[in-house]
Structures are given as C-alpha cells and as structure tokens.
Design a protein around this ligand. Structure first.
Ligand code: BTN
Length: 242
C-alpha cells in the first residue's frame, strides 16, 4: 500500500524527487508515492522527453523490495503496465500492453511506465516505478500519436481515484513478484498484451531486426522469429508494428 504521499504542483521529474528522498531519508521513503501536476523534465525510457502538462497523472512510487534479483526489474515494469491496464479497465478503457513498457488504446499511447532500479550483484535494493497516464488531456496534437481517457470516454475523471486503483493493483502484483509467483505475472501480462503474433521492427543496440513477435520467455524477454531464426530481445530502443 501507499504509506506517504508527497505532492508537487510542479517539479523537474517525480523520478528526481524520488531519488532525492531515497538519498535523504531512505527508510521514510519506502512506500512513498510522489505525485506532480506538471513536470519540466519528465522523462521516459532511453532518456526520451515525456510531455508533462495538462490534466494527466505523473507519479513515482518508491519501494524497497525483499528478495528481488536484478533480473526482476522487467517484471516490475510488467507489473506497472498490468496495474495501469487493470485500473483503466475498471473505468471502461480497454488498454493493452506493448512490450516492454507502453500501454496503448487503438495503437495510441495512453501510458508509459519507467522503472529506476538500484541493485547490487544479487539483490534489487531500491525501486522507483514511474507512471505517466494520459487522463483528462484534451485536444492532443495528432502528430504525437497519443490518447487519453478523456478522448475515449468524453468524461473528466478524478485522477487521484484512478491513481489509487493503479496503486492498489501495483502493490498486489509486486507482492506476487516478491513471493516468486512470476509465472502469474506472465499470465496476466498475456491477458493484456498486444505485441505477440504481430510483425514488428525493433531497433536495439544500433541493429534493426524485423520478424514476428512470438512469445516472451520466463525472464520477460521478447522472442522474435526472424529470417535468421529466433532472436531474443533483451534491450530495445524502439519497437514498431509493421
Ligand atoms: C516511457 O514511455 O518511456 C515511460 C514514461 C514515464 C513517464 C513518467 S511521468 C512520471 C514519472 N516521472 C518522469 O519523469 N517519468 C515518469
């Protein structure tokens, strides 16, 4: 559950605020949710900029896990995506997960999850799970290929209520990972995913790979069938559907 909430009208990034809190008072930071109304330096994966104005959700949850190995970071990202899809489902928005960290509705981005992990050789010490969810955002410019709950339902919704739902699901899912029910995370991921069986182009490590996304393996890596056989995608700069 959430034990503290820290609220900013504006900040650089809730990820930065989470990092500062962890540095200054690590024990208090555990289970703290940082929420901002806007961010000047919102970021996404691979240091991409995340537009952060409008009536959306910008939040980061700090969690000091027990018994998670460094390879579990991807599962935490999946948990974040599943939690967002479940919460959106509750309000009638059918979002789907695009591997590794996007939630889409009709091919348009409604949410992105960013996970900062600090780990030593054997354990994850700190997790910061960042959520950007497009909620009451109106008149989204066509060229950014995004959507919002408002665009889909045409109603303004209570953002804190949606965030509360996301946190409720996220916490249960993190507990599943901590208790080593990772197979269940993969099953849930498959309920909400929209990547498998599709032709994809992936840019990763300066290489371009094309093929059909066949499955994810037990670590959450994507298996893509290419002309040169099955390839296992561990990092990805960009994934696009062909
Ligand atoms: C992505 O799509 O690559 C992930 C985007 C994550 C954006 C959220 S908004 C709240 C938190 N603070 C940030 O600076 N980023 C995350």
């Amino acid at each position: 559950a959430v034990e503290n909430v820290i609220f900013f009208e504006n900040t650089t990034s809730t990820m930065d605020e989470a990092g500062k809190l962890l540095q200054n008072s690590r024990d208090l930071a555990h289970k703290t949710l940082i929420v901002a109304l806007s961010q000047t330096e919102g970021r996404g994966r691979k240091n991409r900029h995340w537009l952060s104005f409008g009536q959306n959700i910008y939040a980061s949850y700090i969690y000091l896990p027990k018994n998670l190995g460094p390879q579990d970071g991807l599962f935490v990202m999946f948990a974040g995506c599943i939690a967002v899809c479940m919460a959106l489902n509750d309000i009638g928005v059918q979002a789907k997960i695009k591997w590794p960290n996007d939630c889409l509705v009709d091919g348009k981005k409604i949410s992105g999850i960013l996970v900062d992990v600090k780990s030593d050789m054997s354990f994850i010490e700190e997790l910061v799970i960042g959520f950007g969810v497009n909620v009451n955002w109106q008149n989204i410019p066509e060229e950014i290929n995004a959507t919002s709950t408002y665009e889909i339902t045409k109603t303004i919704i209570d953002r804190l209520n949606l965030l509360d739902k996301i946190m409720y699901y996220l916490f249960l899912l993190i507990k599943l990972i901590e208790n080593n029910y990772k197979k269940n995370i993969l099953k849930l991921w498959k309920l909400y995913e929209t990547t498998l069986k599709k032709r994809v182009e992936i840019v990763s490590d300066n290489k371009k790979i094309q093929g059909v996304a066949k499955d994810i393996d037990e670590y959450g890596f994507l298996l893509v069938e290419t002309q040169h056989g099955m390839q296992r995608i561990i990092t990805c700069d960009n994934l696009r559907f062909l």
